[in-house]
Design a protein around this ligand. Structure first.
Ligand SMILES: [Zn+2]
Length: 327
């Protein structure tokens, strides 16, 4: 039986919980500037002057504003250095087919590569889940009425059908989740952010201002509570599959489920990337390197002109082959 929620510890109001945690936690006074083109919020470190948006390459026209931000709890320091990142950028560029000729010239001048910390939240939590469900076991049955609902297969002795018998099942599973990672910025498209994973979160070190020297960072746009809602979706998916494993059998049905969240801890973490954002014909393209793993991600323009030339060239070759074969 699933215990009534009034009998257990009352379910936390997560929003209230995180609002209180934000209020009571350590915060930092920072200058931030919002890009009018891509709406990224860049933190302006005292030793870095910002003239263009590191995320889209547009000129920054807004003035910096002072604001309070939750102090990061941990950081992954840069491991790939600037020279290596620039080298990766150059080799990515030289490997591009059908890129407009102006791109390579443009990107080396205006698109200097910048070291940036992206904001994330990570959550640890223990989840106890009570459930009621059913376990389905398949069995074979010989019968002439095979057509009725079973999956039949012919054997020498006649038709056999596979049927499923359902047995009720209930229980309790406990899952511990460590470092559920949620991106908290909005400067980069979610697909791009996802492609930067995995991060070696086991190497996180306690935050210190020293790590920021020479680098920039993005301010989080998703607060701690909103981040937890995203984390919860990932956690619930994990809980569901653990309940299905607990039910066992070949098929599972979950009829009711209730989870209790305990020992919630969270951290604001900063993860390092190298970014070169370049504007080409009024569009933004980005080259991003995960500054821990060296994983490279590039958005690139295509040159319609170069593709057309290549296609025409290919057609001419085919035509020539056709003529030669005929002779
Ligand atoms: Zn921007």
């Amino acid at each position: 039986m699933i215990p009534d929620s009034s009998a257990a510890v009352p379910e936390l109001d997560f929003h209230q919980y995180f609002a209180r945690a934000t209020e009571q936690g350590e915060s930092l006074e920072k200058q931030t500037v919002t890009c009018s083109a891509c709406s990224a919020v860049a933190v302006v470190e005292s030793d870095v002057s910002l003239s263009s948006c590191p995320f889209c390459g547009s000129l920054l026209t807004a003035r910096a504003k002072a604001g309070r931000l939750v102090r990061p709890g941990a950081i992954l320091p840069f491991k790939i250095n600037r020279n290596r990142a620039a080298e990766l950028f150059r080799s990515w560029l030289s490997g591009l087919w059908f890129a407009p000729g102006g791109l390579k010239r443009n990107s080396t001048t205006s698109g200097a590569i910048k070291g940036i910390y992206l904001p994330y939240w990570t959550y640890d939590v223990r989840v106890t889940t009570w459930y009621e469900g059913e376990r389905g076991e398949d069995y074979q049955e010989a019968g002439l009425q095979a057509e009725q609902g079973g999956r039949g297969n012919d054997t020498a002795g006649g038709r056999r059908v596979t049927r499923t018998s359902w047995h009720s099942s209930g229980g309790c599973v406990v899952n511990t989740f460590d470092d559920v990672l949620v991106p908290a910025g909005c400067s980069l498209p979610p697909e791009a952010v996802a492609m930067l994973e995995p991060w070696d979160l086991k190497s996180l070190v306690p935050y210190s201002d020293e790590y920021m020297s020479g680098f920039q960072s993005e301010a989080y746009q998703l607060d701690m509570g909103e981040g937890f809602e995203r984390a919860r979706a990932l956690i619930e998916r994990g809980v569901r599959s653990s309940v299905e494993r607990h039910i066992g059998g070949q098929h599972q049905r979950i009829n009711a489920m209730r989870s209790q969240y305990d020992d919630i801890t969270f951290k604001h973490v900063l993860l390092p990337v190298w970014i070169s954002a370049y504007r080409y014909r009024n569009r933004t393209f980005r080259f991003i390197v995960n500054a821990r793993t060296g994983q490279v991600l590039g958005e690139r323009p295509w040159s319609v002109f170069r593709i057309a030339i290549a296609l025409i060239g290919m057609l001419l070759v085919l035509l020539l082959i056709a003529i030669l074969i005929k002779q």
